[in-house]
Design a binder for this molecule. Structure first.
Ligand SMILES: Cc1cc2nc3c(=O)[nH]c(=O)nc-3n(C[C@H](O)[C@H](O)[C@H](O)COP(=O)(O)OP(=O)(O)OC[C@H]3O[C@@H](n4cnc5c(N)ncnc54)[C@H](O)[C@@H]3O)c2cc1C
Length: 550
């Protein structure tokens, strides 16, 4: 749609995404130079609306960014008091004592937080410093300069009709230009994907690996609530069919964050990560905790798992990748918020220095150097072999080998294994249906477990129905022609929001239906479709989940 005329606004730095990475970058830029003009664009209806809250936060990132966050009233008030790790069998559980666990796995000094609320608070800090933050503004495309550098983004386009043509209330949006554009879109960002491909930033690095994380917030019986308790589990119900595990975090107000992560390199196309999560809650240990409580929110989001080996080149002319857009999660710790903040700070420092030297639109190599050689690199390097070991040898062997490797790295700063590579992409790991048996999942009971559509209602997701579907099929025929016979069309099961269905009606044969209105923006389809036929693009700003402020 090149004929569309848009107004352009110029800033020093344009930041896409008001998560911990983007907000940290914005805050740091204004700390360094209050005269810099900085804008943050966020597709959620408000800051925090798309942040899958409920995390154990290592405060090292915030300590570096806002050392007096306690005095400033940050909503970070529940220190971790108890740290448990359980190996589950179908009916039992074995608690693994803390002493053989590598030190870096300890949550001592960390806090249980609502990251949505932390981001809302960070946005206030940024605005006090003069950052302009525009929620409800999806950045739908990139703007390139004459030399091919990234020069800006298009944001705030509204009112296209379902066939893609501009409707009566069409708003073309604006171009926001910056000397530098910082992409802080989180995992599998749509603009990030374009930048990685256009500048070949994945070359020389392993493919990124992912998991799908699902989470429910429960209000439980106060008698069972133990504020500050963190529990992680592995084992049942996944067993050897897929990697992953659970987390249960007791925050305040009798609330508990109950979550489940499934590594997306699983082979069995009949596996449903969502139903594994629902089944997990029927384990006696979990069922007993949740009995008498109620689920008050649900959400899902992919999580990057490739770690050190999969970090792409982070910079190209005019642009840098931050936080989970760059895949900076420490997988065994299931923590990425601290590195997101540290990367935002580092990108801001590099951009500030460049602008002070009257540069623009070039490559911020100082940022890449800081990420790889600084605190983030040290954090991720130590755990770099855990995920490849798990993929190769399964849960039990990798627990021992990975644990040993983390100890060696922690104590001696080196690994006996060197750096193990990741294998295939998660999409390519999907096996053919003929090689696997169907999995008969128990029907949700509506008390502890819920069907997907009931749960999606608790993500408060909303999409304007008259817009073009934001989930684009490169070839609309492939789901039925290829995915259905070969892979039993796994989109029906890997999507945690019930977006994809194969329906048969009136003897007309199977039809692939995309209920994009349900999409919770987790990006799993973009990652796991075996043919890579689905591309997640931004819908209109303000659409998507509205994760509650709790
Ligand atoms: C289930 C689960 C549990 C987790 N638990 C923990 C934990 O306990 N501790 C921990 O430290 N980490 C945890 N993580 C990881 C953590 O969530 C991420 O590392 C962190 O969110 C990364 O921050 P970010 O700012 O890079 O991206 P995000 O937090 O994802 O923020 C990105 C923001 O950008 C916006 N955005 C994206 N694209 C666009 C666009 N094109 N236009 C405008 N806006 C856009 C999004 O709406 C979003 O608000 C968990 C992740 C998952 C999925």
């Amino acid at each position: 749609m090149t004929d569309i005329q848009r107004e352009a606004m110029a800033y020093d730095v344009v930041i896409v995404g008001a998560g911990p990475a983007g907000l940290s970058a914005a805050i740091r830029l204004k700390q360094l130079d209050p005269d810099l003009s900085v804008v943050v664009l966020e597709k959620g209806s408000e800051v925090g609306a798309h942040i899958l809250s409920g995390a154990v936060l290592d405060p090292c990132g915030l300590d570096a960014l806002i050392p007096d966050w306690r005095e400033r009233g940050a909503p970070i008030t529940v220190p971790v008091r108890e740290d448990n790790f359980h190996f589950l069998t179908e009916a039992g559980s074995v608690r693994i004592p803390n002493w053989p666990m590598p030190r870096l796995m300890s949550n001592h000094g960390a806090y249980i937080v609502s990251m949505g609320n932390v981001c809302r608070w960070m946005a206030e800090q940024a605005e006090e410093l003069g950052v302009e933050i525009f929620p409800g503004m999806a950045c739908s495309s990139l703007v390139y300069g004459d030399q091919g550098e990234v020069k800006g983004v298009v944001a705030g386009e509204f009112g296209r009709l379902s066939d893609g043509t501009p409707g009566p209330a069409y708003e073309p949006g604006m171009e926001l230009h910056g000397k530098y554009v910082l992409l802080a879109e989180g995992v599998r960002g749509s603009l990030t994907k374009e930048v990685i491909s256009r500048f070949d930033l994945g070359r020389g690095h392993c493919p990124q690996k992912f998991g799908i994380g699902m989470k429910e917030i429960w209000e439980i019986d106060p008698a069972k609530h133990r504020e500050g308790t963190v529990t992680h589990t592995m084992g049942w119900p996944l067993g050897s069919s897929a990697g992953g595990g659970s987390f249960i975090y007791h925050i305040d107000n009798n609330q508990v964050y109950v979550g489940f992560v499934v590594h997306l390199n699983y082979a069995n196309p009949y596996l449903s990560p969502y139903m594994e999560f629902q089944r997990f809650k029927h384990h006696p240990m979990v069922a007993e905790l949740l009995a008498g409580g109620k689920r008050v929110a649900y959400g899902a989001r992919a999580i990057s798992e490739g770690g050190w080996q999969s970090i792409p080149t982070l910079v190209a002319p005019g642009v840098a990748l931050l936080g989970c857009a760059a895949g900076l999660v420490n997988v065994p710790r299931i923590k990425g918020n601290h590195n997101a903040m540290l990367s935002g700070k580092a990108a801001a420092e590099a951009a500030h220095a460049a602008i002070a030297a009257v540069r623009s639109g070039d490559t911020l190599t100082a940022y890449e150097t800081e990420v790889r050689n600084g605190a983030i690199g040290k954090d991720l390097k130590k755990v770099r072999n855990v995920k490849p070991l798990w993929s190769r040898y399964g849960l039990t062997a990798s627990l021992m080998l990975g644990g040993l490797d983390m100890w060696t790295n922690d104590l001696f700063g080196a690994s006996l294994l060197g750096t193990l590579k990741h294998g295939k992409s998660d999409a390519a790991s999907t096996g053919e249906a003929r090689d696997f048996a169907r999995i008969a999942y128990p029907k949700p009971d509506g008390i502890l477990s819920f069907d997907r559509l009931t749960n999606v209602a608790f993500s408060f997701t909303n999409h304007e129905e008259s817009q073009p579907p934001h989930l684009k099929l490169a070839d609309p025929a492939l789901p039925v022609a290829v995915n259905l016979p070969r892979f039993a069309e796994p989109a029906q099961r890997y999507c945690p929001a019930g977006v994809y269905e194969v329906v048969e009606a009136d003897g007309a044969g199977p039809r692939f239906v995309v209920n994009f209105q349900n999409c919770v923006h987790c990006k799993t389809c973009d990652i796991k479709d075996p043919l890579q036929n689905i591309t997640w693009t931004t819908p209109q700003g303000g659409d998507g989940p509205n994760y509650p402020n709790m």
